[in-house]
Design a protein. Sequence first.
Length: 98
Amino acid sequence: MRPHAGGADGTGPAPENSENVEYRVAHLHDRLAAEELGELGVRAEVRAGSVVVTGTVPSARCRETVLRTVREELAGLAVHTDIVVAETASPDHAEDLP
């Protein structure tokens, strides 16, 4: 996602205050836990003026849904995401143990 740009000089929206950002992050957590995802393995934290979203999800489809939800809830904010898809496929070969 693109960082939020703008300011008090009238060239764009004013930057979000930290209380509003924290509220939006809390609302994102609520949506991720309550909606069809029930995704509790994703974290969002405010760090150095941006929001960092990290975690592991079970499928690529789930990852796309999480990213869409993040875009909806945190539109206009600087957001960095690192959402990993867990490998759940069965191994294709036996593991050799010493």
